[in-house]
Design a binder for this molecule. Sequence first.
Ligand SMILES: Cc1cc2nc3c(=O)[nH]c(=O)nc-3n(C[C@H](O)[C@H](O)[C@H](O)COP(=O)(O)OP(=O)(O)OC[C@H]3O[C@@H](n4cnc5c(N)ncnc54)[C@H](O)[C@@H]3O)c2cc1C
Length: 327
Amino acid sequence: MESQLRNVIIIGSGPAALTAALYNARADLKPLVFGGARWGGQLMLTTDVENYPGFPEGILGPALMEKFRHQAERFGAEIATVDVTAVDFTKKPFTVIAGNKSYKSKSVIIATGAETNWLGFPNEQRLIGRGVSSCAPCDAWFFKDKKVVVVGGGDSAMEEALTLTKFATEVTIIHRRDEFRASKIMIERARANKKISFILNSEVVDVLGKDKVSGVKIKNNNDGATQELVVDGMFVAIGHSPATEIFKGQVELDEKGYVIRKAKGNPSTLRQAQDSGSTGAYGMMTSVEGIFVAGDVHDYHYKQAVTAAGYGCMAALEVEKWLENQR
Ligand SMILES: Cc1cc2nc3c(=O)[nH]c(=O)nc-3n(C[C@H](O)[C@H](O)[C@H](O)COP(=O)(O)OP(=O)(O)OC[C@H]3O[C@@H](n4cnc5c(N)ncnc54)[C@H](O)[C@@H]3O)c2cc1C
């Protein structure tokens, strides 16, 4: 496996990577997937997934990822559950180091995802998927007629809160300062919504509940006083960290560390891009020819399993085309 020159190496094992693996395997490219020691991605952390098409009754996150993996392996994708520790994209063929071994490949798909920035205490981690979430579009539905808190002060916190008001009866935004990073318009929208209230200068210091969230403990940052709030859910909206440490200096990243999809020739419409044979900003190529990207590692906007899978499909099809054109 080590000495062989691969057509494509896929780094990651969430919906993006495993969809790319499925497509590339079915195109007979024999993809090698480095899925990481914690394979399966973010959905391994959650319980019910009810918005992935094809599962009308819903499916548990880990069960869904088992199916993704099984389907990719059925067509010959090789999946190694080791972390990639370094890459060299400056020379072709590209080099990928994993498990202290060096692998060469004509192309690479980066699908390492992004991790939620959690508050970081044990009860929060224990109750993820049991009332603790970081994704209102995914989980708001479960909080019909319930009370929830949203932690954060940026645009995404406001957005999460507004989404939750469609289902929850009360949404309390808890923010550690009295000023927001969120844009004025988002703050105004949140303030105008009767279901939303604010607790400022305060931090959540613990989540209460045995099998599911029953409340949160809050500390006031001015006087140190603590109080308990009875709620059914806590949405953490303090950002995500893309898993791109190993790609620094190898492909262009934006200021937050997300991989940039690079336009070639600046096409202004998708049709123009496709006509010129380069999908550019509409495609999945990075700043390096032959290195592609898919999923939450470049997409800080939609952050859904189905969009990550869609991007994985796009990247795989582009790899196939690109390899054909290299001959
Ligand atoms: C608690 C929770 C609940 C969610 N619920 C839903 C839901 O109900 N519906 C929905 O559509 N979305 C949901 N999401 C969002 C969804 O999980 C993500 O949008 C999706 O998983 C992104 O897929 P991805 O393939 O881009 O990356 P990820 O799922 O983040 O997977 C990336 C993988 O790459 C691996 N990796 C990282 N670095 C390396 C490396 N150096 N070497 C090898 N492997 C590496 C990681 O370990 C990880 O396994 C939820 C997210 C969370 C956190």
